[in-house]
Design a protein around this ligand. Structure first.
Ligand code: PEP
Ligand code: MG
Length: 327
């Protein structure tokens, strides 16, 4: 293991440049101020996913705008100009706020959560958007909305942001010089959204944890059903590939930020089907980069295609065999 750690340290400042000459950007996931030092130590290019719900979950009352703004300022200061993708509040389902009236829902994962709450409770969303705008203090700001299931929800969320910008301008606050706005693609429906959505959205980030759960209709918290469905299942990879192709077609920047991005073999397959930006826990960056730098994505792609043509359920056995042959 120390050998492996030494190997990761030696490539810390190097890019994830594959043997076939492709660069895969590696970013880190974060959710606490305490995660930020890893930006330097892991060699991540930025924070691809900053989960903002933790600050709401650890309190017994709704955080104030000034508190949030102060925290987001510290996050941006600590990032020293590296891009931070703030994901707006993603609550509901498994993340229940102690101070919000509990909703009695038979299927919380399919219920009132994330952007659905944000659009139905515009006060909370405005407060968070204002806090983000203030924190940027004229610097670039990147944010994305979670769990968008249809174009209209993105449009409404975007309108909420425009409203917050107008309000902040009126109040005399400095507006970020550049605001990048994206959506998480974590419901299969969004993968089939009209072309206009792909043209309109600033970028997309695949939330593989939720996307996989809804693709297979298998609860991500339920080991018994979750384990039946491999992330390298041919159907799931085909779907991801279609998303890659649609984004390439419309020039929409795409990344992947679910847990699979941090698993080297999964990350390799994601890169092989065309993903060029992955976001993962900081400790995964070394192992993922190390494998990518030793691999030829065209060969991996061929292994995936061949397994698919043979009608295999998952490409994993074929990839593991190929990896063993590489030594
Ligand atoms: C995901 O669904 O893949 C994701 C990154 O979001 P979370 O795990 O916070 O739901
Ligand atoms: Mg999610």
């Amino acid at each position: 293991q120390t050998e492996a750690l030494k190997r990761y340290a030696s490539i810390q400042d190097k890019p994830a440049l594959t043997e076939c000459g492709q660069i895969v950007e590696l970013h880190m996931n974060a959710g606490l101020m305490a995660d930020l030092p890893s930006l330097e130590s892991s060699g991540a290019e930025g924070v691809g996913l900053f989960r903002t719900e933790l600050q709401f979950l650890v309190r017994n009352q709704m955080p104030r705008r000034s508190e949030l703004s102060a925290l987001y300022t510290r996050v941006l200061d600590a990032a020293q100009g590296k891009r931070v993708v703030f994901r707006t509040l993603d609550i509901g389902s498994d993340k229940v706020l102690p101070y919000m009236k509990p909703t009695d829902e038979p299927n919380p994962a399919l219920g009132w959560r994330a952007i659905r709450v944000g659009l139905d409770k515009p006060g909370v969303m405005q407060m968070q958007l204002q806090a983000l705008i203030r924190a940027a203090q004229g610097r670039p700001l990147t944010l994305m909305f979670p769990f968008v299931a249809q174009y209209e929800e993105y449009r409404q969320a975007r309108a909420a942001l425009d409203k917050a910008i107008a309000r902040e301008t009126r109040l005399g606050h400095v507006i970020p010089d550049d605001i990048e706005v994206g959506a998480m693609l974590e419901t299969p429906s969004l993968g089939f959204a009209p072309r206009q959505f792909f043209e309109d959205v600033g970028f997309l980030s695949i939330g593989g944890n939720d996307l996989k759960q809804f693709f297979f209709a298998a609860d991500r918290e339920n080991e018994r059903v979750r384990k039946r469905y491999d992330s390298l299942n041919v159907s799931f990879l085909s779907f991801l590939e279609q998303i890659v192709e649609r984004c390439a077609d419309t020039g929409t920047p795409l990344s992947f930020c679910g847990e699979d991005a941090g698993r080297p073999v999964e990350a390799l397959c994601l890169a092989a089907i065309g993903l060029r930006s992955l976001s993962m826990r900081p400790a995964s960056i070394g192992p993922v980069k190390s494998l990518l730098r030793r691999s030829n994505l065209e060969e991996v792609r061929k292994v995936i295609m061949d397994a698919r043509h043979r009608g295999e359920m998952s490409v994993r056995p074929a990839i593991m065999k190929w990896l063993a042959e590489q030594g």
